[in-house]
Design a protein around this ligand. Structure first.
Ligand code: CP
Length: 315
C-alpha cells in the first residue's frame, strides 16, 4: 500500500477495521512505531475532526506532526504543466510535493471538490499530483470524491452496535443551504458495499450519487418509505451530481425529524459532522440517546491510527 487515497487501497479492509477496534481499546499499543517519523498534514479546506483526530492518531503512534493550512499560509500552487507562471500561483506542485517529502515521512492532504468542474474534480488534481510528485505516502483526509477515513470510522461505529438480524442501514440525503460535495456519501456507499447489511440510499429526484459508485445499491426517492424499519439512519447533504454543483431543492421536506425516526426500528442516528441543526436534522434527533454522532467523531482517531499503522507496515 503506497498511498491511502480510497478504501480500495487497504490490503484488507476487515483487518484494518479490526486493527482500529483494537487500537480503541489500547491506543498506545504501538506508541513507538513511528518514533522519529514525521507526518505532514496539509489543509486546503477547513476541518475540526479530521485535523485533530489525525494529529492525535499520529501522536499515539509516536509520529511528530507538522500542520499547514495551504489555503492561506502557503504559496498558491500551480498544478498544470507547461504553464508560464505569471499569475497568482507562485509554486508548482512538482517542487512543493518534493520539498514536503524532504521534511515528512508521510503526508495527509485535505482538498475538497470545487463543485464547478466535474471533470477536474473527478481527476483529483491535488491529491493525485501530490501522489505523483511526492516520494512519501499520501493519505486522503477528504478529497473531491471521497472521505475514506470517515467511512472507516463509520464502519467501526456500525460494528459497535450489532443487531440480532441483518441490519437495515439507510443513507438519507438531507437539506443544506450550501452546495456540499459528494465525498462522504460516496465513501459511505463504497464502505457499505462490503458490509453484510440491507443498505438503501434515499434522496430526492435530481440528487442521485454517481451511479458508478452506487452500482446496484437501491436508491429510493421516497424518504419515508426508505426509513421504514431502518436500524441505522445516516443523514448527509450533497449537491446534485447530475446537474453538477447545483442545489435543486431548497425546502425542508427532507429534514430528518423525530416523527420520521418513528418510522424506523428505533434506529441509531449517524452524521459525519459538522451538521446544521434544524436544517439537516432536528434537535430532537441529534440530542436523542440514539444519536451516535459523537462516537463517530471519537472513532475517527482509531480509524486514522489504523490507516497510519497499516501504511507504516506496508511501505
Ligand atoms: N467529518 C469531518 O471530516 O469533519 P471535519 O470537516 O471537521 O474534519
Amino acid at each position: 500500500m503506497k498511498n491511502f487515497i480510497s478504501l480500495a487501497d487497504l490490503p484488507d479492509f476487515e483487518e484494518t477495521l479490526a486493527l482500529a477496534k483494537s487500537l480503541k481499546k489500547d491506543p498506545f499499543a504501538f506508541e513507538q512505531h513511528a518514533k522519529r517519523k514525521t507526518l505532514g498534514l496539509l489543509f486546503f479546506n477547513p476541518s475540526l475532526r479530521t485535523r485533530l483526530s489525525t494529529q492525535k492518531a499520529a501522536q499515539n503512534l509516536g509520529f511528530n506532526t507538522m500542520i499547514m493550512n495551504f489555503s492561506n499560509e502557503a504559496w498558491a500552487l500551480e498544478f498544470e504543466d507547461g504553464t508560464e507562471m505569471r499569475g497568482i500561483r507562485s509554486e508548482h506542485v512538482r517542487e512543493a510535493a518534493a520539498v514536503v517529502s524532504q521534511y515528512c515521512d508521510m503526508v495527509a492532504i485535505r482538498a475538497f471538490a470545487s463543485l464547478t468542474d466535474k471533470e477536474q474534480d473527478e481527476a483529483e488534481i491535488v491529491l493525485n499530483s501530490f501522489a505523483q510528485y511526492a516520494s512519501i505516502p499520501v493519505i486522503n483526509m477528504e478529497s473531491a470524491t471521497g472521505h475514506p477515513l470517515q467511512a472507516l470510522a463509520d464502519a467501526v461505529t456500525l460494528s459497535e452496535y450489532p443487531t440480532p438480524h441483518k441490519p437495515k442501514v439507510v443513507l438519507t440525503w438531507a437539506p443544506h443551504p450550501k452546495a456540499l460535495p459528494h465525498a462522504v456519501g460516496n465513501s459511505f456507499a463504497q464502505m457499505m458495499q462490503a458490509q453484510d447489511a440491507d443498505f438503501v440510499i434515499t434522496n430526492p429526484e435530481g440528487y442521485d450519487l454517481d451511479p458508478r459508485i452506487t452500482k446496484n445499491i437501491p436508491v429510493l426517492h421516497n424518504q419515508e418509505e426508505a426509513l421504514k424499519n431502518a436500524d441505522f439512519v445516516y443523514a448527509k447533504n450533497w449537491c446534485s451530481y447530475e446537474n453538477y454543483g447545483s442545489i435543486v431543492r431548497t425546502d425542508n421536506a427532507w429534514m430528518l425529524t423525530t416523527e420520521k425516526m418513528e418510522l424506523t426500528n428505533n434506529a441509531k442516528f449517524m452524521h459525519c459532522l459538522p451538521v446544521r441543526r434544524n436544517i439537516v436534522v432536528a434537535d430532537g434527533v441529534l440530542d436523542h440517546p440514539n444519536s451516535l454522532v459523537i462516537e463517530q467523531a471519537n472513532n475517527r482517531t482509531f480509524a486514522a491510527q489504523a490507516v497510519l499503522k497499516t501504511l507504516l507496515d506496508h511501505v
